[in-house]
Design a protein around this ligand. Structure first.
Ligand code: NAD
Length: 418
């Protein structure tokens, strides 16, 4: 096992190196797979509502395009930088390959706190960023989607900006769009539904009863909130959730739907939700639960706290929540980790379905979408679990080996353009 220093890019490179070593890839192929195909940094000037000019920095990285157009979300977060976007783009490459989806990997973002901007400022910023990306993105080139700090409205603005520039409506340029402009039934809850399916697959694998399973979820955003609701509806006891301001805990179980309504009614945080005790994000990671779901940001389980994690199963709703060193500690302790590229692959699966429906201009029912999602998740989970068991490796290494080998195979088959 190769170790690293803890940044998201470093963690991603260590995971690739472990897979490359296990697969016996030569150094040249390893280097080809590590190096992003294209990385761009753009300046995003934004005129604030008060007349001040603010200049932000945006990124888009297309990590690998061997198996299809780039695919990956757009993140608005103050700590976003090129290295983080490169790591997230690399994980998208392996995720799409593991899920059996004909896409490469990409990711983008702007270093900004979107909460400090008005809706009009967010729209101007998004349109300017999208205009800078017009030469790079497109239904056959690179297809963005929502991520941390962005939503379906952001995707609508990008789709409109791109369509205006190119002179034709291009619904397939982004996924995670509103239904009224070519979005897919089931997309909004797809990542969370996939997380729930991954949790259930892990419970089956370890012989646990969902009705006797306690769950803690860090991050109560697009992924975490609906994952909490679906797991609760399916019989698990969700005992703690958190957001950037802190967490709430009730050993008897929370009602996620009521908490979602509480936020929709105007509460700014889960903290203070009636019938709960407050806990910190650090406490939540260390709670004595059966299943821990980090669903916020990367690098939250590190060498500092990995020894204190008490969950028996970790299902990575977020991308890269466990650093490479922490991963080794947890693995040595026998904790089952369902890795991000598998656990949150439901989002890109239904993004793919949305793109297919846009291209065909023919739309499926929510049941059809959910059935196809379940089939992809179950296939990817069982392939990774089978490889892990037969070769005596972790689920993370197995999932990476499957994704990485498929991309390497695509490179070998296409050959090298001189
Ligand atoms: P989001 O912006 O909707 O929600 C993020 C949540 O995390 C919020 O509740 C926020 O308050 C919380 N948070 C932010 N910083 C935190 C911190 N320092 N400590 C604790 N909580 C914090 O984002 P999302 O779309 O739910 O994405 C969450 C994770 O899931 C990210 O890693 C993202 O890359 C990954 N992911 C998202 C999708 C998708 O479809 N949205 C798909 C696959 C993976």
């Amino acid at each position: 096992m190769i170790l690293g220093s803890g940044s998201a890019w470093d963690t991603a490179c260590v995971q690739l190196a472990n897979a490359a070593q296990h697969l016996g890839l030569d150094d040249g192929m390893h280097e080809l797979l590590r190096t992003p195909r294209r990385s761009i940094t753009v300046s995003v000037p934004l005129l604030r509502d008060d007349g001040q000019l603010m200049v932000l920095t945006g990124y888009r990285v297309q990590h690998n395009l061997a198996r299809g157009p780039g695919k990956g979300g757009i993140r608005y977060h103050p700590s976003t930088d090129l290295d983080e976007v490169k790591a997230l783009a690399m994980w998208m490459t392996w995720k799409c390959a593991l899920m059996g989806i004909p896409y490469g990997g990409a990711k983008g973002g702007i270093a900004v706190e979107p909460g400090m901007l008005s809706r009009q400022e967010r729209e101007r910023m998004t349109r300017r960023y999208a205009a800078e990306l017009v030469p790079l993105i497109g239904p056959e080139k690179d297809i963005p989607a929502p991520d941390v700090g962005t939503d379906e409205q952001t995707m609508a603005w990008i789709m409109d900006t791109y369509s205006t520039h190119t002179g034709h409506i291009a619904t397939g340029v982004v996924t995670g769009k509103p239904l009224s402009i070519g979005g897919s039934a089931g997309r909004a809850g797809a990542t969370s539904r996939g997380v729930q399916l991954a949790v259930f697959a892990a419970l089956r694998q370890t012989g646990r009863d969902p009705h006797e399973t306690t769950v803690a979820i860090q991050g109560f955003g697009k992924v975490g909130a609906l994952a909490a609701q679906y797991l609760h509806d399916a019989g698990c006891r969700v005992v703690a959730v958190s957001d950037v301001k802190g967490g709430v805990h009730n050993p008897q179980g929370l009602n996620p739907a009521a908490l979602i309504r509480h936020l929709a009614d105007g509460a700014e945080t889960v903290v203070g939700f009636p019938g709960t005790d407050s806990i910190t994000n650090d406490d939540l990671i260390e709670l004595g639960v059966d299943v821990l779901i980090p669903a916020a940001l990367e690098g939250v389980i590190t060498i500092e706290n990995a020894d204190r994690v008490r969950a028996k199963i970790i299902v990575e709703g977020a991308n890269g929540p466990i650093t490479a060193e922490a991963d080794r500690i947890l693995d040595d302790r026998g904790i089952l980790i369902v890795p991000d590229i598998l656990a949150n692959g439901g989002g890109v699966a239904v993004s793919y379905f949305e793109w297919v429906q846009d291209i065909q201009a023919y739309f499926w029912s929510e049941d059809e979408v959910n059935d196809r999602l379940a089939a992809l998740m179950e296939r990817a989970y069982s392939e990774a679990a089978m490889l892990a068991t037969t070769q005596g490796i972790s689920m993370r290494n197995a999932a990476h080996c499957i994704g990485v080998s498929r991309v390497a195979e695509a490179h070998r088959t296409r050959g090298l353009y001189p």
